[in-house]
Write a protein that binds this ligand. Structure first.
Ligand code: GDP
Length: 472
């Protein structure tokens, strides 16, 4: 972050391009003074004399020429998003008008804002902690109900307030231990060891829970990867199209939405599922084809869910089919495998019921293996399959108040903090000296602080805020 934070900055807060309205945002000491030079209130009011949180109707004027009729919202620091004086100009959304207002603001003394600079200032002025600031970026990027919910939780404080509290307690102990070191010759103990041990256990517990939650959080944020595997012609493309088409039909109802870039994603119950492109799998002795199959398995390895598609004739050798199913499950022991029997439109009720029974008895007690019969072509059973997919994602975790970590940076810091706390824990147990203990405690404090932003450095801030869009 090389930019001068004392500058008054300006940026377009709305998406670039034409819209009904656009918002130009100015923040900094000089926001009101600069705005007063380019804005003339209809009622002749001096905006510098207005109370915070007022809205004025007026014109943007350059060299006595009216550029647009606008609404100007006024927020006086510290009662604004950035904590500084902020002016937001809602103008008509032509690109030309936007550009004129921006350049006018620059002419009168603003600097164009860097990406994320408004939020950076909000952070530096104590309006948000670092993880809340990051949640702002997540919120803007969220494109599914689950991702939105996660970002919202985190923005409201999420787990960072919990971390900040534990850090505070740990800091207290750290200073008591430091005190002991100062009085080392006199052999006094200021820190209550029992209470300290209890705190360490509490912190370990919280850290482990948060670290575990990342598995869910990350998947909810980035989508659940799903692989569809099965021999050629079992109907993999037909199923994928059935799933995707329905989604596209839904999406294209909303005017102006294009989803060209996410061809292979669907949203079920607010959770995104990403389909991994996998080639067909067939039992073969052909070496070249086997290599292809190997690749498919590797790709499927990245999935959380494997849909193993089958299509059968009623005359099929079921013993062989069930052996093959068991083998597939063995191949993906940690994944949720759904055996999808396709083309049931060609099968009798009787056969299907018998197959289902046999499946239930054969795989009783095997976890992470389910069965569903569908006809991809006639779209029957597809809903049941979707319900099954949805039930597999631990949605409960974010529906309740349980906090979920979805940010890789937080995950890394939490793991480092856990390592340090485990060292503290074993240090206590083996009765190591206080000065050694203090080193590990400091490490842990450092990593806790990285999450909330109590410990920062320019590089860290630069990395985080450079990923924001300009104007946020
Ligand atoms: P893939 O090679 O696994 O991707 O299989 P495709 O999706 O290309 O399907 C192979 C053939 O099976 C096509 O002719 C499909 O129309 C047909 N098919 C797919 N699903 C069904 C189904 O549910 N019922 C029937 N009867 N045919 C299907």
């Amino acid at each position: 972050m090389s930019a001068n934070l004392k500058d008054t900055i300006v940026a377009l807060a709305t998406a670039p391009g034409v819209g009904a309205i656009a918002v130009v945002r100015i923040s900094g000491d000089q926001a009101l003074t600069i705005a007063a030079q380019l804005f003339r209130s209809i009622k002749g009011k001096d905006l510098r004399k207005q109370a915070s949180h007022t809205i004025l109707l007026g014109h943007i004027i350059e060299d006595e020429q009216v550029i647009d009729e606008v609404l100007l919202s006024l927020f006086k620091g510290p009662h604004s998003y950035t904590g500084e004086n902020v002016v937001e100009i809602s103008c008509h959304g032509s690109s030309y008008i936007q550009q004129r207002i921006l350049s006018l603001a620059v002419k009168h003394g603003c600097r164009m804002a860097e990406p994320g600079e408004f939020t950076l200032r909000a952070f530096l002025n104590g309006k948000l902690d670092l993880s809340q600031a990051e949640a702002v970026a997540d919120l803007i990027a969220s494109d599914s109900a689950a991702a939105h919910q996660l970002a919202m939780n985190q923005m409201r404080g999420g787990f960072s307030s919990e971390i900040a509290k534990l850090r505070e307690e740990l800091l207290n102990f750290a200073s008591l231990i430091e005190l002991e070191l100062d009085f080392a010759e006199e052999d006094v103990a200021f820190a209550d060891r029992k209470a300290f041990e209890a705190l360490v256990q509490r912190i370990l517990f919280v850290l482990k829970r948060l670290i575990d939650s990342f598995a869910v959080g990350n998947v909810l944020k980035t989508g659940v990867p799903v692989a569809i595997i099965g021999e050629p012609n079992v109907g993999k493309s037909t199923l994928l199209n059935a799933l995707l088409n329905e989604e596209r039909a839904l999406v294209s109802d909303i005017a102006g939405t294009t989803r060209d870039t996410v061809e292979d994603e669907i949203s079920i119950g607010g959770i995104r599922f990403r389909f991994i492109d996998t080639a067909g799998i067939r039992v073969t002795t052909d070496v070249v084809e086997q290599m292809g199959i190997q690749k498919t398995f590797e790709k499927a390895g990245a999935a959380k869910v494997v849909l193993y598609l089958l299509s059968l004739e009623e005359t099929a050798n079921l013993a062989a089919v069930f052996t093959e199913i068991a083998q597939q499950k063995n191949r993906f022991p940690d994944k949720f495998v759904v055996v999808v029997l396709n083309k049931i439109d060609r099968l009798s009720e009787h056969f299907l019921a018998a197959f289902r029974d046999r499946f239930t008895t054969t795989f009783e007690g095997v976890s992470g293996l389910q069965f569903v019969g569908i006809s991809a072509r006639e779209r029957s059973g597809v809903e049941a399959l979707k319900t099954l997919l949805q039930s597999q994602v631990a949605l409960g975790a974010i529906r309740s108040d349980e906090t979920v970590v979805s940010n890789v940076r937080h995950f890394d810091a939490l793991q480092q903090a856990l390592d340090a706390m485990l060292r503290v824990d074993s240090g206590i147990k083996s009765n190591i000296s206080s000065d050694l203990l203090a080193i590990d405690i400091k490490d842990a404090l450092y990593y806790f602080g990285l999450i909330t932003g109590q410990v920062t450095n320019d590089e860290l801030l630069g990395n985080i805020f450079a990923n924001f869009c300009i104007g946020k």
